[in-house]
Design a protein around this ligand. Sequence first.
Ligand code: ZN
Length: 160
Amino acid sequence: MAIRNIMNYQKDDILRKKSKTVEKIDGRILSILDDMAETMYQADGAGLAAVQIGILKRLVVIDAGEGLIKLINPEIVSSYGEQQETEGCLSIPGIYGTVKRPEQVEVSTLNENGDSVILKGTGLLARAFCHEIDHLDGILFIDKASPESLYNSDASTERK
Ligand code: ZN
């Protein structure tokens, strides 16, 4: 396992590209997922998409406090309700904003063994599913956040 460099929205255009479907789950894919998990935990994030470490594959890791989840080719198949909470992103350091998301989603995905499974997420986990799956299509939370809610946590810090 290895900690990878996290792409930054101000200099890495790759974050705006669409990730490709994973055709074969082999040792290389599993090792990318391991690196993604390690990188996410080291950065203290709740989720990470492969594009955020510069790899245009439809891979996501999430830990929203309910344990590590690895997703391969995930898709949201149903959503219910609405929530508006503050979001941030490891690729957009210091910036936070309010995003409207479904309260609950169901995600169809492959797991590490190549089995097709349906996962249900509510609250923070639902938000993490939506945020990370957006990354696979080049969408960032700042595109969806209400503009007046966006703030820079660094800017409010007093400089000495
Ligand atoms: Zn993100």
